[in-house]
Write a protein that binds this ligand. Structure first.
Ligand SMILES: Cc1cc2nc3c(=O)[nH]c(=O)nc-3n(C[C@H](O)[C@H](O)[C@H](O)COP(=O)(O)OP(=O)(O)OC[C@H]3O[C@@H](n4cnc5c(N)ncnc54)[C@H](O)[C@@H]3O)c2cc1C
Length: 506
């Protein structure tokens, strides 16, 4: 058997539109490899719910690879450290080349990839890391980035290889779990499910997208729900973008379909944001650990265990906040607005450290995608110096997004008998009503852990002080130049940091 073409699957668990697999298949015997890395699963942003989703994707990938090799299964799984695993395969069988997609992950995966590159150089094994999602490694300026992204998304999709020569090597069993985190209603993995969601979304669900995406009641079916399939590369970004564009063409400029067209375009632009934020992490990996703007670097450094714990487990005394957190625990997903509100409540009202908040949420998200996640955590916690401070009024959100309280009652059963008039602020109920509705505040359900309006005022004042000095403004201007989406559009009026720092309450 000639030296093997090893295809290392990471966040690209598919055979279709997979350039490394296709290229490797043209060159001889292919070893499709997935390494279960125990150290990765010990990282503070990793969780069992993410693994369970990945595992289901791997089982389907295994079958898809097997079909192309004329047998039941085709994926070779190894449990261990990446360098040690590759070294063992190289010693035993000889690796002719190593193929992978460039991974835009967290610092741990970046360092691991560097170690693999060093190993490959030392062994004289060519390591081809092909880009995906339109993200550029080592980019120094964002000028021309949009054109590059557009070109990457417009390229023809790479066909799945029709035939693979895979050697019959030993494969480890996929661990059933890597931790004890339970998520009973998590989305299930696998390309078949991802494609079905893409079809149902573009086919009919997208009609409810614009109206449905803000409320956690309607968002679960109105949003595409493609995020975990994208996070682990079960569908390629390019195939989702191209399918969306085909649908946009079908709709055309029929005035009766104007709403549908706008919804499709809104969805398409979010697919672009995804790459924008991944590019931000690639160009500024420090955002995983340090605030983009130093104005608040010495504030919010200590966790208050009582406040943090109450937030993290959905016991803040604000029913809508608690319902969102508990839904997230049980399902591994919540919509954008509620992710932003949960972050803002922890980082503004409770004044907790943004990284600890971000790690807790990362573990809860089945779709954890470091590039989007850390960019959004920084933005929603007021750490960038270029995004507006969205200090959500959590009671107003409750009335707006869940007027009758049906969402709250579903996730906070302590309040199930409380009528709509009191459900948003049960702490205002007179004691006899609390008794009548079977929910004594402070006994059956917590009293609010902070007074939300006063806490929001205090946070707003701290933000104003920290970001309004001439030095802070100058730093905001520099950040804006380098990292804002606006800085990619030419020509454009330059927004001033003053405008960006506008304070408002939602
Ligand atoms: C604090 C915070 C953390 C977040 N962390 C993650 C994360 O770890 N992983 C993740 O995929 N998304 C994250 N998001 C973005 C967004 O909330 C989710 O992408 C979205 O809710 C996923 O559901 P969907 O696929 O149905 O979204 P849809 O609305 O159907 O959007 C389709 C796709 O577009 C992309 N997208 C949507 N919104 C955004 C956005 N604001 N920025 C960048 N890309 C976007 C995603 O890939 C998404 O799957 C975060 C948002 C916030 C506020």
């Amino acid at each position: 058997m000639p030296p093997l073409q090893v295809v290392w699957f990471k966040r690209d668990l598919r055979v279709f539109d997979h350039a490394p697999l296709y290229e490797a298949s043209q060159r001889g015997w292919v070893l499709p490899l997935y390494i279960v890395e125990p150290e990765l699963w010990r990282q503070p942003d990793a969780s069992n719910r993410q693994w369970r989703f990945i595992r289901e994707c791997l089982l389907e990938l295994d079958r898809a690879l097997g079909e192309r090799a004329g047998r039941a299964s085709g994926l070779i799984v190894r449990v261990g450290d990446a360098v040690e695993t590759l070294e063992a395969i190289h010693q035993a069988h000889g690796i002719g080349a190593l193929w992978a997609h460039m991974e835009i992950g967290n610092n741990w995966t970046f360092q691991r990839d560097k170690a693999v590159r060093r190993w490959a150089r030392a062994r004289g094994v060519p390591f081809y890391e092909l880009p995906q999602d339109g993200v550029i490694r080592g980019l120094s300026s964002r000028t021309g980035w949009r054109e590059h992204w557009e070109a990457a998304m417009s390229q023809p999709l790479v066909p799945a290889p029709t035939h693979l020569r895979i050697p019959p090597l030993r494969s480890d069993a996929l661990p059933v779990s890597v931790g004890d985190d339970d998520c009973p209603y998590a989305q299930r993995g696998g390309r078949t499910r991802g494609l079905a969601l893409l079809r149902s979304f573009l086919g009919h669900r997208v009609r409810r997208y614009a109206r449905g995406l803000s409320s956690p009641l309607t968002a679960p079916s109105a949003c595409s729900r493609l995020s975990p399939y994208r996070a682990y590369g079960v569908l390629s970004l390019r195939e989702v973008v191209q399918a969306t564009r085909r649908r946009i063409e079908q709709v055309g400029d029929d005035p009766k379909q104007a709403g549908l067209l706008r919804a499709l375009q809104a969805f398409e632009s979010r697919l672009g944001w995804r790459s924008h934020f991944m590019q931000r992490l690639e160009s500024l990996p420090s955002i995983e650990f340090e605030p983009m703007h130093p104005a608040l670097a010495h504030e919010r450094t200590e966790i208050d265990p009582a406040l943090f714990d109450a937030w993290a487990h959905g016991r803040t005394g604000y029913p809508f906040v608690d319902a969102c957190m508990r839904m997230l625990h049980a399902t591994g997903w919540i919509n954008f607005r509620m992710r932003a509100m949960l972050t803002a409540f922890a980082c503004y009202h409770l004044w907790q450290p943004w990284r600890a908040v971000g790690l807790h949420l990362a573990r809860l998200f089945v779709d954890y995608e470091p590039g989007i996640h850390w960019s959004q955590i920084q933005m929603q916690s007021g750490s960038t110096g270029i995004s507006a401070f969205r200090i959500y009024n959590v009671v107003k959100q409750s009335y707006d997004q869940d007027p009758t309280g049906v969402f709250i009652r579903r996730w906070v059963p302590e309040l199930r008998r409380v009528p709509a008039a009191w459900i948003h602020e049960p702490y205002r109920m007179p004691l006899e009503m609390q008794r009548a509705y079977g929910c004594i505040i402070g006994v059956d359900y917590p009293a609010p852990i902070v007074a939300h309006e006063a806490a929001a005022r205090a946070a707003r004042e701290k933000l104003r002080r920290a970001y309004s000095t001439p030095e802070a403004k100058a730093i905001s201007e520099q950040i804006l130049q380098r990292h804002s989406r606006r800085s990619q559009r030419e020509p454009r009026p330059r927004p001033t940091p003053q405008f960006q720092l506008e304070l408002f309450e939602q």
